[in-house]
Write a protein that binds this ligand. Structure first.
Ligand SMILES: CCCCCCCC(=O)SCCNC(=O)CCNC(=O)[C@H](O)C(C)(C)COP(=O)(O)OP(=O)(O)OC[C@H]1O[C@@H](n2cnc3c(N)ncnc32)[C@H](O)[C@@H]1OP(=O)(O)O
Length: 124
């Protein structure tokens, strides 16, 4: 799973550079989309971002995320963020834990989430 993102003035940390929190959010969000491929409902338990080099605003970066391994309810995910100049400026690792629909229902579950739960397990 991959996405191209160019951080802009809304994501500014230091002058001209992306804020680390914005980079972290982008990684976490993409990990959430990997769940559609994994066909599991899970939430972030831990997220570690390695900031390898400053990320300039306005320069597209490709974030690529994948499931690295699974151990029971534990989904270990990893991502890299690389500029068009082929410089990898950040990487991320996350532990997602598979949850059931009751995790969301008290807070107003999205119809898409519920639809995933309604599919037979072999199609999830
Ligand atoms: C549907 C689309 C969703 C998209 C999500 C996109 C990403 C997000 O923004 S998610 C939002 C941010 N995250 C959250 O809000 C999560 C908040 N946390 C929680 O609700 C709970 O802590 C939750 C549900 C993750 C886990 O709680 P709980 O089910 O009680 O699990 P818990 O018993 O603590 O741990 C389960 C297992 O994982 C293991 N585990 C927990 N933490 C760790 C860890 N840091 N390292 C290794 N193992 C761990 C535990 O040891 C346990 O193992 P075992 O089953 O062998 O005993």
């Amino acid at each position: 799973m991959a996405t191209d993102v160019a951080f802009d003035a809304r994501h500014r940390g230091a002058p001209g550079l992306a804020h680390g929190g914005a980079i972290s959010a982008a990684c976490d969000d993409l990990f959430g989309f990997v769940l559609y491929l994994v066909q599991e409902i899970a939430v972030t338990r831990t997220l570690t971002v390695n900031y390898l080099a400053p990320v300039p605003l306005g320069q597209p970066h490709r974030i690529t995320a994948r499931l690295q391994r699974r151990q029971g309810r534990r989904l270990h995910l990893e991502a890299t963020g690389t500029g068009h100049d082929d410089v990898t400026r950040f990487t991320a690792e996350a532990l997602f834990l598979v949850v059931d629909r009751e995790h969301f229902t008290p807070h107003g579950a999205d119809a898409d989430v519920l639809a995933m739960f309604n599919r037979p397990p072999e199609h999830r």
